[in-house]
Structures are given as structure tokens and as C-alpha cells.
Design a binder for this molecule. Structure first.
Ligand SMILES: Cc1cc2nc3c(=O)[nH]c(=O)nc-3n(C[C@H](O)[C@H](O)[C@H](O)COP(=O)(O)O)c2cc1C
Length: 157
């Protein structure tokens, strides 16, 4: 499964086809890795260790080469591929890059950009129409994620 995710990331579009990224699949030291991630900033909540990801893919980029945009594109390929396999994912940008760089086998000349946490979803999330706030919230057991309306974001030319 993680191999499929990395393969999808590898095949993703890349500016000038420079392909400045490498992908580290992480299946061990999960508790320690988890301590250097931050979750759901709008909620007074963090997943406990029962609900923490069962794996991560760290995206590292060659220093000074290529576009940062490649990172997001590859991350999304990873998320979509994991979803096909029934897994939930969360992109993690609020991470302690220094601490994680000490743990992970990051090749010389590369820097950690983003992590994708993955596992079997422990809860249900639902899209909801946005009123005036981008903040996601809980309604009972369900995580409600406000999205801007189609008319708000769609400009026809
Ligand atoms: C670049 C990026 C970084 C993110 N970093 C974090 C993070 O550090 N912690 C977290 O809990 N969620 C993180 N997220 C997840 C967003 O909060 C989430 O995508 C957003 O609330 C919309 O929810 P949805 O992905 O379920 O539609 C990140 C998302 C992106 C695209």
C-alpha cells in the first residue's frame, strides 16, 4: 500500500519535470514520530495513541531545486491512493521538522517538507456548507468541515 502511494507520488506532475522529491515510508517509532506532530488546531483535541496514524510518508525535497508546489501535488497523490485502499490520511505541516529530521533517514542535501499520516479512519468527517468561519468543529461524533460554496470560488470567463 505504501509502495503504491510512493509510486503515485513519483508519477505526479513536477515543474520542469525536475522531480526534486523523495519519499520516506515510516512504519516504526510511531509513538515518537507522533509526538512531533500537531493535530486539529481548531479543536481542543489531539488523537490519543490508540488513534494515532499507523504509518506516515515524509516528503523531502532537494535543497534549492524545483518548486515547492510539487510537494502538495505529490502529497495529494499519496492521499488519493491511500483512500482507494480504504485508508484515511492527514497532511501534516505543523510538525517539528528539526526533531523529525534527527530521527528520519533524510538524504544529504534534502529537507523535510511535509508528512502524510495514514491509518484506518477512527471517526467520520463530513463536508458542510460554510457560513462565516473556516473552522471545523464537532457535532456529536462527526467532524464537520466547512467548505466555501461553489458560487464563491467559481469564476467563469
Ligand atoms: C499543507 C497542509 C498542511 C496541513 N497540516 C496539518 C497539520 O499539521 N495538522 C492537522 O491536523 N491537519 C493539517 N492539515 C489538514 C487540514 O487542516 C485539512 O485539510 C482541512 O481542515 C480540511 O479538511 P479536509 O482535508 O478533511 O477537507 C493540513 C493540510 C494541508 C493541505
Amino acid at each position: 500500500m505504501m509502495k503504491r502511494c510512493v509510486n503515485a507520488a513519483r508519477l505526479s506532475p513536477s515543474a520542469a519535470n525536475l522531480q526534486p522529491l523523495k519519499f520516506i515510508t515510516i512504519r516504526k517509532n510511531l509513538k515518537e514520530i507522533f509526538q512531533h506532530t500537531n493535530w486539529a488546531g481548531y479543536l481542543d483535541w489531539e488523537p490519543n495513541e490508540d488513534k494515532m496514524p499507523r504509518g506516515y510518508i515524509a516528503i523531502v525535497k532537494k535543497d534549492g531545486e524545483g518548486w515547492d508546489l510539487d510537494v502538495g501535488i505529490a502529497a495529494h497523490s499519496i492521499c488519493l491512493t491511500a483512500f482507494e485502499d480504504g485508508l484515511g490520511t492527514c497532511m501534516l505541516g505543523a510538525i517539528d521538522k528539526e526533531a523529525l529530521s534527527d530521527i528520519l533517514p533524510i538524504p544529504e542535501g534534502y529537507s523535510l517538507e511535509l508528512m502524510v499520516g495514514m491509518g484506518y479512519p477512527a471517526e467520520k468527517a463530513e463536508v458542510t456548507e460554510m457560513d462565516d468561519s473556516v473552522k471545523y468543529y464537532r457535532e456529536g461524533e462527526v467532524l464537520k468541515v466547512p467548505k466555501r460554496a461553489l458560487e464563491e470560488v467559481w469564476i467563469q470567463y
